[in-house]
Design a protein around this ligand. Structure first.
Ligand code: NI
Ligand code: MN
Length: 228
């Protein structure tokens, strides 16, 4: 069983088998969030898809609060160390086992610079495979042919996909993605935060329903169970 807590934009926490895995911390700069105390977040691991501000703005503060292991590209990991935080694990495209399960860092077609303009390495997404469930978080990306490789790694229970368009795929391409990755259950992220990525919720959900798929649009601050 996986518990999904949404912190807005592409920031969410997945709790699985007692491990708390936080993705892409961007909360304090989110215009949809009035008040939030970063110190309330608990995490064992922080996974970063790419270096853009709207994915790492609160990384350093949450990392220092939680002492979580930060898993990111070697370039981002170096940047984190240079900011004064040592508990990092550098990766690049490929696979590695962690105490929470098997992790695959897979390509995203996007860009990745850090807030100071330095190079963040390649942008990516994550496949997380544990004994109690598997999921894919695509990061920021358009639809790619590479997504068809993901079923080779894991029989996915859920996918967390960007659906806001403009900077990433939109919800229509998220349906194509769900075909590629062989996963009908999708949590949408990276929508509504800024004007460029506002979507019509009902249109998005009914588009998924028409194709026999499920789209969850999470509410900020709420936790939902992602069943197997
Ligand atoms: Ni981005
Ligand atoms: Mn983004």
């Amino acid at each position: 069983m996986m518990e999904f807590t949404y912190y807005g934009h592409s920031c969410f926490l997945i709790e699985i088998d007692g491990n708390k895995i936080l993705f892409d911390p961007f909360i304090s700069g989110n215009p949809l969030i009035e008040e939030f105390y970063l110190s309330t977040i608990k995490a064992d691991y922080i996974l970063i898809s790419h270096g853009h501000e709207d994915h790492i703005a609160d990384l350093m503060e949450i990392a220092k609060n939680t002492k979580a292991l930060v898993i990111a590209t070697a370039e981002i990991a170096d940047w984190v160390v240079n900011q004064g935080y040592e508990n990092v694990h550098p990766i690049n495209f490929g696979s590695k086992s962690f105490p929470f399960g098997d992790l695959y860092f897979v390509p995203a077609a996007h860009s990745s610079s850090l807030p100071d303009g330095s190079y963040g390495g390649n942008p990516g997404g994550f496949v997380v495979k544990t004994k109690n469930g598997a999921f894919y978080y695509a990061g920021d990306t358009c639809l790619t042919m590479d997504m068809q490789l993901i079923p080779l790694y894991a029989d996915l229970d859920w996918a967390i996909l960007p659906i806001g368009g403009n900077f990433t795929m939109d919800y229509k391409d998220a349906v194509h993605c769900s075909e590629f990755i062989k996963c009908d259950k999708v949590v949408g992220v990276h929508f509504d935060t800024f004007g460029f990525i506002e979507i019509n919720h009902e249109h998005a959900k009914s588009y998924f329903n028409e194709k026999g798929k499920k789209l969850v649009l999470p509410e900020i601050g709420k936790t939902v169970t992602l069943s197997k």
